[in-house]
Ligand binder design. Structure first.
Ligand SMILES: [Zn+2]
Length: 300
């Protein structure tokens, strides 16, 4: 878990990290979050002169932000955790916003990170899987059921590799950091080799690595062109482990997207700027948004 005390302009006043303690079960994770937040509140009171006026929390899985409920998280074992209520109680009644981890990270990237306030953006982190956050006029679209932005499960290779979601040929089976790691381990014969090693081999001119890399870039471009055809974003922000390859990824990716568009306008394609602090900065922005939209809170 990453946490921070965040100033009004997105400034990081204090940062901390802790383990979730998930090996001790789902309830223990909830308690870890509550205790962490309470300690941050105390830190603000002691070192900054006042406790945080509001809190934001971003969690993985299926999130019902309106009701403040973490509905489902497979890796934490959660079902219907009323996180907003629990956290507000622990924080002496402070208002709390609950968000989805990728959408919340996307909010920060779009507003104060790589998007620099873009009115329309798409944030796509390439990690173990691939997710997405659709930014529209300063907020991130959740969809009717909380599933908007799941670009990782757009089919780009019909009849292709099976995906845990039940489909075949999903984008994340070809262009996630995990998929590239798997493909390069196979092609190089080194079971320990990962996506970062593949990028290095691409840079040194290894033809096998170039083939693996180009397959991923082409699949990613196919998925992104589908997205930009639907959404017409001004900026495409690419993050996650694979984006750490820098221009080794971005130069061929921009070319591959450009080759595919016909009438569509090309968005700028940029690397994410906030790294793994995007989620907690975004949670801070959610908290500040609460203060801005709740008159009785901002008057305190
Ligand atoms: Zn899938």
């Amino acid at each position: 878990m990453k946490a921070a005390l965040v100033g009004a302009d997105g400034e990081l006043l204090h940062q901390a990290r802790r383990s979730t303690g998930r090996e001790r079960g789902p309830d223990s994770v909830v308690e870890s979050i509550l205790a962490f937040a309470a300690d941050l509140r105390a830190h603000g009171e002691e070192h900054l002169g006042e406790p945080a006026a509001a809190a934001g929390v971003a969690v993985p899985g299926i999130v019902d932000a309106d009701r403040g409920i973490a509905a489902y998280a497979a890796n934490l074992g959660w079902r219907d955790v009323p996180l907003r209520k629990l956290l507000s109680e622990r924080l002496h009644g402070a208002p709390v916003a609950l968000g989805h981890d990728v959408r919340t990270g996307g909010l920060a990237e779009g507003r104060i990170g790589a998007g620099q306030g873009a009115d329309r953006f798409l944030f796509v982190p390439l990690g173990t899987g691939i997710a997405g956050a659709i930014g529209i006029d300063g907020r991130v679209e959740a969809g009717a059921h909380g599933f908007a932005g799941e670009i990782g499960h757009v089919v780009v290779r019909p009849g292709g590799a099976p995906c845990p979601c039940g489909q075949h040929g999903c984008l994340e089976r070809y262009a996630s950091a995990a998929a590239v790691s798997e493909a390069w381990a196979e092609a190089s014969g080194d079971r320990e080799a990962d996506a970062a090693d593949c990028a290095k081999a691409v840079d040194s001119g290894d033809p096998r690595a170039r083939a693996v890399w180009q397959d991923a870039v082409d699949a990613l471009a196919d998925g992104l062109v589908t997205a930009l055809t639907l959404l017409d974003p001004r900026v495409l922000i690419i993050g996650g482990g694979l984006a750490e390859a820098g221009e080794t990824l971005f130069t061929p990716l921009r070319a591959a997207v450009e080759r595919r568009v016909t009438f569509q306008k090309l968005p700028s394609i940029v690397p994410a700027a906030l790294g793994d602090t995007a989620g907690c900065l975004g949670a801070g922005l959610l908290a500040w948004d609460l203060l801005a939209t709740t008159p009785e809170v901002s008057a305190r």
